[in-house]
Design a protein around this ligand. Sequence first.
Ligand code: ATP
Length: 354
Amino acid sequence: MYDIRLEGVTKKFGDFTAVDNINFTIPKSSVTVLLGPSGCGKTTLMRMIAGLESPTNGKIFFGEHEVTNVPTRRRNIGMVFQYPVIYRGTSVRKNLELPLLSEKLSKAEIDKRVDEVAEILDLKDVLKRFVEELDNGTRQKIAVAREVARQPRIILFDEPITNIDLTSKLELKRSMKELFGRLQQTIVYVTHDQTEAMTLADQIALMQDGVITQSDSPKEIYDKPNSQFAGWFLGNPGMNFVPPEFIKVSGTKITSPLFSQTIDLGSKAASADTFGVRAEGISVSGTEEKGAVQARVTRKALGAGGQYLLDLAVGSLLIKARVSHSVGRSVQNSVWTTIASENITFFDKSGTAL
Ligand code: ATP
């Protein structure tokens, strides 16, 4: 399989720079999710990898082969788009077979590939059905299955789940996860949905304003965002940010009424401006605890998995805490809260993690 190497890849539309000098390698045989808000340049980047758009500057390599000016049809890639591309007026099996027939494969090989992919994507029971009879989620599965059955070395997915209804979405996400676990191909998957990225990615490339701002495993980016943007964009809810008036810096040491202990940040302390903490990094108790600060519960909501999400007010500060079912159920209007040092990320004035 191939890795995909981007060297100084830039795309301008007139004066506007949609993708700005990206140097990045997408590792082979793994799932890389290009994640970011609308307009950050992820589709443009994917279209350049596909050959549907030419870079204004820079080079693209598949393994050792430069493909910057190679037309799409000669790049040996599969593509799945937001709206499923399917052949109407024909059966699901025919939909999967047609591209394989044009590759002149034997009947036995075609049957093997179709049955394999239908098994993984749970399409076996609908192989004889006409595509018009099926819902949008199943049609998208057919589009995915068809690309996978061709066995290209690289498969590109552009927001394949976005336009699917909620019930089919969960099912499709589960099927994709299962499928990606079995594939050896290099997968690039574009989405603006961070839960999709957290579920499917081996690595996330987080994009903002035409550049990749952080790339790492979902857990690493979630636990150690390199910027306030990454902390905010990943997670539901995103990271809490606590403004400068809640911390006191003296020399290398930082204290806060919210901290369970003094934190020594060494020479970086002077740059500390705000700090971030995930909702589950905030300890909450219904009874008064030494060193903890009192907070008012302004909202309490039962979330997925039985945990509670609490909106807390500490003076003028509003933060969200995720607590266990038993803690959440028992707390009343007033709680005591504290944050352990390992759950804290400091940021400088520009929003960069220290
Ligand atoms: P979305 O999720 O909304 O598609 P995206 O991150 O995929 O967002 P792109 O579609 O890559 O973003 O677009 C990046 C920027 O480039 C946007 O501001 C968009 O308006 C602009 N853009 C994209 N294609 C063109 C084009 N053909 N001509 C002019 N501007 C374009």
